[in-house]
Design a protein around this ligand. Structure first.
Ligand code: SF4
Ligand code: SF4
Length: 133
């Protein structure tokens, strides 16, 4: 039974519901939570390893509950030539992989702390954060 790594994004209206619990109870899926985070806006992000016969049905269930499902990227990286050091990504990166270095206020990316959630891709105004699958 091969497992797949995925990223789940929960809106603030559903982040407190036991949705992942139903993957095991109703679909017999085996899961391993690699990383989980709830931001100050109460939006949740979970990096999950998931396996089971009813994998597709489990994913359909997640989507029916309003969960956004993404495949886990192999690598996320910052294109330094494009980056303007605006800092927008540092405010939303859940692990601090993107951070402002003081006193220069230049943005740094520590790939060792990146959990590949891809949230930074959405906020970067110049598309400097890139992903490889
Ligand atoms: S993908 Fe982006 S937002 Fe997510 S942990 Fe990595 S650098 Fe931070
Ligand atoms: S949001 Fe984009 S441009 Fe701004 S600091 Fe982050 S990577 Fe650079």
């Amino acid at each position: 039974m091969a497992s797949k790594k995925i990223v789940l994004h929960f809106g603030k209206d559903i982040s407190d519901k036991p949705i992942i619990y139903h993957l095991a109870k109703d679909y017999g899926l085996v899961f391993n939570i690699i990383k989980a985070n709830v931001n100050p806006n109460k939006e949740g992000m979970v990096v999950l390893e998931l396996a089971g016969e009813e994998y597709d049905q489990g994913l359909d269930f997640l989507k029916s509950q309003g969960v956004r499902v993404q495949p886990l990227a192999e690598e996320v990286f910052r294109n330094e030539a494009k980056c303007t050091d605006c800092g927008a990504c540092t405010a939303i990166c859940p692990t601090g992989a993107l951070y402002l270095e003081r006193p220069s206020m230049e943005v740094r990316f520590d790939s060792d702390n990146c959990v590949l959630c891809q949230i930074c891709l959405k906020v970067c105004p110049v598309k400097a954060m890139e992903v490889k699958f």
